[in-house]
Design a protein around this ligand. Sequence first.
Ligand SMILES: C[C@@](CO)(OP(=O)(O)O)[C@H](O)COP(=O)(O)OP(=O)(O)OC[C@H]1O[C@@H](n2ccc(N)nc2=O)[C@H](O)[C@@H]1O
Ligand SMILES: Nc1ncnc2c1ncn2[C@@H]1O[C@H](COP(=O)(O)OP(=O)(O)O)[C@@H](O)[C@H]1O
Length: 307
Amino acid sequence: MSATLHQELSPQQTLTENAPAKINLYLHVTGKRADGYHLLDSLVVFAGAGDRLHYTPGPTPLRLKLAGRFGPTLGADAAGADNLVMKATAAVQAACGPNAVVQGGILVLDKELPVASGIGGGSADAAAALRLLNRAWRADLPHATLLRIAETLGADVPVCLASQTARMEGIGEQLSTAAPVPECGMVLVNCGVGVSTPDVFRTRQGAFHPRADLPAQWATLQNFISLLQAQTNSLEEPACKVCPAVQQVLTELEALPEVLLARMSGSGATCFALFPTVQAARHAAARLAQTQPEWWVWGGEIVGCKQ
Ligand SMILES: C[C@@](CO)(OP(=O)(O)O)[C@H](O)COP(=O)(O)OP(=O)(O)OC[C@H]1O[C@@H](n2ccc(N)nc2=O)[C@H](O)[C@@H]1O
Ligand SMILES: Nc1ncnc2c1ncn2[C@@H]1O[C@H](COP(=O)(O)OP(=O)(O)O)[C@@H](O)[C@H]1O
């Protein structure tokens, strides 16, 4: 957060929610609905990387300020009603009962995740706003109500609400529990080119991929990686056509020492790689950040790994 914003906030009153990046470890397009939306099957995890949303209650109206590395990318216009944070805020307000204490004040979004990049930053922000204002305004909306609101905000918002490893099907509304993934490290890389989700879905060709057969528990890290290697991201090939830099990112990730798997997340362009340890991932990220200083590179942990 910038020094100016810090001065506007009173730290004692400020509440904060993390908005972790969503990573699709595999993503199969399994079919297409009559309305043109594609059916998906995906194993979703959350990374230690993320945006942060801060809220300091105060007089109405409620304002949103953008900060962080990618705040300027989102643009000043994006601090209005179109921002998913403000849409989530309006939805919580509309659902509040008479005992809630709805206030104005200031929301500060520390935008640390690249925008329109396949890791659901906007969805994570919306989910963080739902959790944060439900708490701050003492709205006490049950999880089921928040989930219904989340579905109206975007296909990835429901899975971001709990921000825990989950299997995601339908267009994102069908969530089921998935076994915690074995402890490992992750690197995320974005080449700085925003990729349009509709363009990628339109470019996809060929047969649909089947629903994956997942075990109830992961026996070992090797077992986990082997199963992921047998899956794919159905959107990787079309994304490479829309944005050829994705292939370069994948090639660089595959060349890193100790890498176990490299793949694109969501509709791109962010790609991830898995490593045997968090330390190996951090070393690999530091190395890549040196050779590709223009890229956004992060290395660290997956949230909620099996210890
Ligand atoms: C692909 C995923 C996988 O997690 O991640 P991201 O790349 O966004 O991170 C999501 O399903 C993205 O869902 P969402 O973020 O809501 O997609 P939107 O941008 O609203 O969709 C834009 C357009 O893409 C197409 N679309 C989207 C989702 C889907 N399941 N089928 C589609 O055909 C539709 O043409 C839609 O109008
Ligand atoms: N808080 C937000 N953060 C990012 N994008 C937002 C936000 N609010 C609205 N948007 C819009 O949502 C679109 C998708 O953003 P994002 O969630 O980053 O994509 P993806 O799911 O592909 O990573 C952006 O192009 C942007 O215009």
